[in-house]
Design a protein around this ligand. Structure first.
Ligand code: FES
Ligand SMILES: [Fe+2]
Length: 384
């Protein structure tokens, strides 16, 4: 399944990377422009100029508007064209001179865009980092872009069996005779599921987890997802040393993913430890990415007849059930058809403005037709 969904919040960029220059960004296989308006508020519009296809992300910001590099049309943060230089100051701007504008939020050092058309109240939320403002927790963040499918990357985080082999600091590479993945509890929540597991793990390695003074022993871990692209983990390395981690990802396309990892720690709060923390998280992510980019097929196969799943894969199955629920709502992009359309036309993600007004120039991405949500399905947003 090539699961790329509209109607979720996606991380676009770190807020500090968005200055006076606009940026062109690809997400869900479509192009967007990101810029700051006259109030410094981040704005996200479809990237293609209505006039004759200029790339707005390669234009400039003038008076809080994005100006197309081709003939200078200017669009405000709401996507409305406010200036067409060729018709002069008094020329009448047609009602169709508008591009899709997407809701934007800046939180946790990231700019998020809501890529979909749901009204505000119905939007599945950005997950809350409850420790963010608490003095006894310290955040660090690292981000990557890598060649692997986002769904595969999320499944990897929901997979307790890979640690033993992929991460030398977390497992014993199968050398322990008595190794098996312990039983786990899976809990379903509205936006996703999580599991809790107690793993046996090697002692803190010199120079990495040295500060934890951790002996080999059991680590309590929780891993969960919220929506298709948000993850959270809680690692309780000792009774006092806890890491609570949050990940936000966005498919650039089906074979490429951008990903931010926010690590909250409740010990070793000295900023000097930040770099060591980030290094460790970067190293762990690289170990994952080496495996992920070589998985075939690139996207998980449709149905499970081409895989042989074990009980430790249950969280992955569960994640897929949630994806099926969102597909049943009609939120999944028909990626193959979209690519076909993109050979001859530009398509974009429908924005909330399309619910209030018609008369748009660009086509929207084709969606897999919604089907009936099975009667009696759980609160897992129609998971089945
Ligand atoms: S293509 Fe953008 S102003 Fe002409
Ligand atoms: Fe991993």
């Amino acid at each position: 399944m090539t699961a790329v969904f509209i109607n979720f919040w996606y991380p676009v960029i770190e807020g500090s990377e968005l200055g006076d220059e606009p940026l062109q960004v690809t997400m869900l296989g479509c192009d967007f422009v990101l810029f700051r308006d006259e109030h410094g508020k981040a704005r996200c519009l479809a990237n293609t100029c209505m006039h004759r296809g200029g790339s707005l992300g390669h234009g400039v910001v003038r008076d809080g508007c994005i100006q197309c590099p081709y003939h200078g049309w200017q669009y405000n943060g709401d996507g409305r064209c406010v200036r067409i230089p060729s018709i002069g100051r008094d020329g009448k701007i047609p009602a169709r001179a508008k591009v899709d504008s997407y809701p934007v939020e800046e939180r946790y050092g990231l700019v998020f865009a809501f890529l979909g058309d749901l009204p505000e109240k119905e939007r599945p939320p950005i997950q809350t980092i409850v420790e963010w403002d608490q003095d006894d927790w310290r955040p660090t963040m690292v981000g990557w872009e890598f060649d692997a499918n986002m769904e595969r990357a999320v499944e990897n985080s929901m997979d307790p069996a890979h640690n033993e082999f992929v991460h030398p600091t977390h497992g014993f590479q199968g050398e322990r005779e008595d190794y098996r993945v312990p039983d786990m509890e899976i809990v379903e929540e509205e936006l996703g599921a999580y599991f809790r597991i107690v793993m046996y793990s090697p002692a803190g390695e010199k120079g990495t987890l040295k500060e934890s003074k951790r002996e080999a022993g059991s680590v309590e871990a929780y891993s969960g997802h919220r929506g298709p692209n948000q993850l959270w983990n809680r690692l309780h390395l000792t009774d006092e040393y806890w890491l609570h981690q949050y990940q936000f990802s966005v498919p650039v396309d089906t074979g490429r993913t951008r990903f931010w990892h926010i690590n909250m720690r409740n010990s070793w709060l000295d900023p000097k430890v930040d770099e060591r923390m980030d290094e460790r998280n970067r190293a762990t992510a690289e170990q994952d990415q080496i495996v992920l980019k070589r998985l075939r097929p690139v996207v998980p196969p449709l149905g499970t007849s081409q895989e042989l799943l074990m009980p430790s894969d249950e969280p992955v199955r569960q994640y897929r059930r949630y994806l099926a629920g969102w597909e049943a709502k009609g939120w999944r992009i028909d990626v193959e058809r979209m690519r076909e359309m993109q050979k001859t036309t530009t398509v974009t993600i429908p924005s909330p403005g399309r619910r209030d007004a018609g008369n748009w120039v660009l086509n929207t991405v084709p969606l897999v037709a919604p089907h009936e949500i099975a009667a009696g399905s759980s609160s897992a947003s129609g998971a089945q």
